[in-house]
Ligand binder design. Structure first.
Ligand code: PYC
Length: 315
C-alpha cells in the first residue's frame, strides 16, 4: 500500500470568506515569474487545485493560495490564488488571509511586507493581530455605462473595471441585497455574466469579465454601500471582495465620488466590512483595502491513490 500524498494547509476566513493556504506539500512550479508558475500550475497540476479546494475536502466557496519562493527577494513570499474552477490573478480577502496565516506561522510580524502575485507585487500592512491593509495593484475603470440584455431581466447597465480581477459593476438593478436572497442574486448575476459573454463584452485585451458585482444601500450605518459579488465558479463572496472594492473605488474616483485618501466602507452581503481608499501615484490609482482575518484550522489533507475522488469533484 502506498502512503497518501500529504498537503499541509492553514485555513482562515476574511469577513466570512474562507482562504486555504498550502504551506507544504504543494507542487514544484519551477523558478519563473508568478504568472509563469500559474501557467505551470494550471497546465501540469490542475488536479491538485481541485483536490485542495473542491469537495469532498473543500467547497465551492474556498479560495486556495499556494505559497511559493518569491522571485523578487524584497518579497516575503509569492502567492498563486485559485478556486473551484480555476485561478485568480489577485484576491483581496485571500491576501488578508495569507498575511494572517504567515503571521500564524511566525513568518512575519507586525509591519509592512511585500507579496508577489501573478498580476504584480502587493503590499500588506499587518497590525500584529488580525487586521491587514492591502496595497493592491493599480486599478482602473475600463468602460462606463455598458448595457447588456440579461435573459429574463432585460437591459442592465454597468461599468467594467479592473481591481486585480475583471468586474462588471451594477448599481441600478432593482434587486434586494439580502442574505435570504442569495440564490436569486446568484442566478441574476450569473445571467449578467452569460449576457456579457454572449455580447462579447470583455476587459482589456479581450480578458473575460468573471466577477459580477451589485451595489445597494448598506444595513450598517457606518458603511457607504453593501455589495453582492458572484465569483468565477458561481460561489458568492462572503467578504466585500478586495479586488471588487478596488474596482468600485476606481469607478468612484473616476466619477469624482471619492477623493484621494477618503475612506469608503464597503459592506458585504453577510455584513462584513472592508475599508477602502485610494492613493494617486502619477497616472496610477492604487487602492488600499483594510479587513480582518482569523485562523480557523490547520491540518493535513491526505490524497490516497485508491480514492476515486482523490482529485476532488470537478465541474
Ligand atoms: O477578495 O478579491 C477578493 C476576492 C476575489 C474572489 C473572492 N474574493
Amino acid at each position: 500500500m502506498t502512503s497518501p500524498r500529504r498537503i499541509h494547509v492553514v485555513d482562515s476566513h476574511t469577513g466570512g470568506e474562507p482562504t486555504r493556504v498550502i504551506v507544504d506539500g504543494g507542487p514544484n512550479l519551477g523558478r519563473g515569474t508568478m504568472a509563469e508558475r500559474l501557467a505551470v500550475f494550471r497546465d501540469a497540476h490542475d488536479e491538485l487545485r481541485s483536490a485542495v479546494v473542491n469537495e469532498p475536502r473543500g467547497s465551492d466557496v474556498i479560495v486556495g493560495a499556494l505559497l511559493c519562493e518569491p522571485v523578487d527577494p524584497s518579497c516575503v513570499a509569492g502567492v498563486i490564488f485559485f478556486n473551484n474552477v480555476g485561478y485568480l490573478g489577485m484576491c483581496g480577502h485571500g491576501t488578508i488571509g495569507v498575511a494572517v496565516t504567515l503571521a500564524h506561522l511566525g513568518r512575519i510580524g507586525a509591519g509592512i511586507h511585500r507579496l508577489e502575485t501573478p498580476v504584480g507585487i502587493v503590499t500588506v500592512d499587518f497590525n500584529g493581530q488580525n487586521m491587514v491593509t492591502v496595497e493592491n495593484v493599480p486599478s482602473y475603470r475600463y468602460t462606463t455605462a455598458v448595457t447588456v440584455d440579461v435573459e429574463g431581466f432585460g437591459p442592465m447597465t454597468g461599468d467594467v473595471a479592473w481591481g486585480g480581477n475583471w468586474f462588471f459593476l451594477v448599481s441600478d438593478h432593482g434587486q434586494e441585497l439580502e442574505l435570504a436572497n442569495v440564490e436569486h442574486l446568484t442566478d441574476f448575476t450569473w445571467r449578467i455574466r452569460q449576457a456579457l459573454n454572449r455580447q462579447a463584452i470583455s476587459g482589456a485585451n479581450g480578458q473575460a469579465i468573471d466577477h459580477i458585482e451589485l451595489f445597494g444601500p448598506p444595513r450598517n450605518p457606518t458603511a457607504q454601500s453593501r455589495n453582492f459579488v458572484v465569483c468565477p465558479g458561481k460561489a458568492y463572496d462572503r467578504s466585500p471582495c478586495g479586488t471588487g472594492t478596488s474596482a468600485k473605488l476606481a469607478c468612484l474616483y473616476a466619477d469624482g465620488k471619492v477623493r484621494e485618501g477618503e475612506v469608503w466602507r464597503q459592506e458585504s452581503i453577510v455584513g462584513s466590512i472592508f475599508d477602502g481608499r485610494v492613493a494617486v501615484r502619477g497616472d496610477r490609482l492604487i487602492p488600499f483595502i483594510t479587513g480582518t482575518a482569523f485562523i480557523t484550522a490547520e491540518g493535513t489533507l491526505l490524497l490516497d491513490d485508491r480514492d476515486p475522488f482523490r482529485t476532488g469533484i470537478r465541474r
